[in-house]
Design a protein around this ligand. Structure first.
Ligand code: ACO
Length: 427
């Protein structure tokens, strides 16, 4: 019988140490080395946490080799195709899908909580016009902790339910306000007769007199295909286990700070190009490439060790196979190609890069597949979402994941303040 432990030998003195192995319900088991320092006087070294499990979790599972992603045990393709984003939010928060009545109540509560305190509009108004919406969003979410401050009792289900619902409902409003402020145009308040995803497009696009379809071409109309596509994008981004921004949220939570401040920190972490900011960079890069004839030059740059250039939207720390979210988005992209006017030249460049990368030794040997940001960039572009709103849309989708992980952290009796050690090599 397999022993549920590992033995570590210190070859300097021949001493051995035994550590229990924790059984995972899926994926790799975990060596429990919590007493390693006490036993050996040594730290473990793992920059970027490539081999470190920082917590126990029951929310999301990824098998990066198979290209599998499950929320609460359910496959992402199934959720994206069969359920609305708000049903998926319910699933992530409560651990099971809602019945019809629960789904309706959840939806109505989100609609009614979508308004924000008027004071927040003053804060947003104080940003310079050219402020990036991510900067406004991170600041205004942090400010929520002042407008809705209360001590949360994690044993009180009603209190953290209220906190979760409030932030999920208000994030799209704050994101749309941030966008409209960056254009210097009047803010549009939520319309509770509209669904979560339609309301967000409405708050971004509507005129103050509440009319959407203003040109004869119907440019401002919100089409059902756009609402469905955005809802799918929110679902695909809803959670992704212990990624950089979620680890940030848990880290801030570990100090006892207010949950909205923790989410604000997560938003800042997400903004980087190596994480959620990549969707914005994908389109910037495709535009910079400009023509298929220029692709080989950029592929060579991406492969050059002495050039910091990277192909945006390629590679992933965990997926060493096709990202299952990218598969869903690729199908969505094909559907939008038929139903929306898409920039044919940009699509051609995207398609060509994808084909070259999938067949090039450099990318194959490093398992560099197109990731979610490669396709979400193209899909959001097709939906005529302004480029600076790509990452805020990622934020809207991911907020529920951050909250679910925050709650799990708070309820875990083994949670501790995040405090890694170091290998000191200075004077
Ligand atoms: N283009 C060219 N080469 C790449 C790329 C890329 N996009 N990504 C990784 N590589 C190469 C590295 O140079 C390295 O090569 P080497 O082994 O010869 O040194 C190898 O692939 C491994 O790369 P690492 O940086 O060690 O992988 P890591 O897991 O640390 O990073 C990351 C993953 C940050 C996503 C990286 O692939 C990247 O920068 N991609 C581009 C940005 C991007 O698309 N980010 C979105 C990620 S998805 C998300 O956050 C939602």
């Amino acid at each position: 019988m397999l022993k549920k432990s590992i033995t570590v030998t210190d070859n300097r003195n021949g001493k051995t140490y035994e550590y229990p192995v924790l059984r995972a319900s899926r994926g790799p088991d975990v060596a429990d080395i919590r007493t390693f320092y006490k036993d050996t006087g040594m730290f473990t070294y793992d920059p970027g946490f490539t081999s470190t499990a920082s917590c126990e979790s029951k929310i999301t599972f990824i098998d990066g080799d198979k290209g599998e992603l499950l929320y609460r045990g359910i496959e992402i393709e199934n959720l994206a195709n069969e359920y609305t984003y708000l049903e998926v939010c319910f699933l992530l928060l409560k651990g099971r899908l809602p019945d019809k009545k629960e789904a309706l109540e959840f939806d109505l509560e989100i609609r009614h909580r979508s308004f924000v305190h008027e004071g927040l509009t003053n804060l947003i108004g104080s940003f310079p016009d050219n402020a990036h919406p991510m900067s406004i969003l991170s600041s205004s979410v942090s400010a929520l902790a002042s407008f809705y401050y209360e001590h949360l009792d994690i044993n009180n289900e009603a209190e953290y339910h209220e906190m979760a619902m409030r932030i999920i409902a208000k994030i799209p409003t704050l994101a749309a306000f941030a966008y409209r402020h960056s254009l210097g145009i009047p803010l549009i308040y939520p319309n509770i007769s509209k669904s979560f995803s339609e309301n967000f497009l409405y708050m971004m696009r509507a005129y103050p007199h509440d009319k959407l379809k203003i040109t004869s071409e119907g440019e401002l109309e919100i089409k059902q295909v756009e609402i469905d596509a955005l809802d799918t994008i929110f679902t695909l981004h809803a959670d992704h286990e212990q990624n950089a921004s979620t680890t940030t949220v848990r880290g801030v939570a570990s100090t006892g700070a207010h949950p909205y401040v923790a989410i604000s920190a997560g938003i800042s972490a997400l903004w980087g190009r190596a994480h959620g900011g990549a969707n914005e960079s994908v389109i910037a890069q495709l535009e910079m490439i400009g023509d298929v004839k220029n692709i080989p030059k950029f592929i060579e740059k991406a492969k050059d060790k002495n050039d910091p250039f990277r192909l945006m939207g390629f590679g992933h720390r965990v997926y060493k196979n096709f990202d299952p979210r990218a598969k869903v988005l690729k199908k969505l992209q094909d559907r939008l190609k038929d139903e929306m006017k898409m920039d044919a030249k940009l699509l051609e460049i995207a398609h060509e890069i994808e084909q070259i990368a999938l067949n090039d030794d450099y990318f194959i040997s490093r398992n560099l597949y197109p990731n979610i940001d490669f396709y979400s960039g193209v899909v959001l572009y097709a939906l005529k979402i302004p480029r600076n709103m790509f990452t805020p849309i990622f934020v809207i989708g991911r907020t529920v994941g951050w909250i679910a992980q925050w709650i799990e952290f708070k309820k875990d009796p083994l949670s501790k303040i995040a405090r890694p050690r170091q290998l000191y090599t200075g004077k």
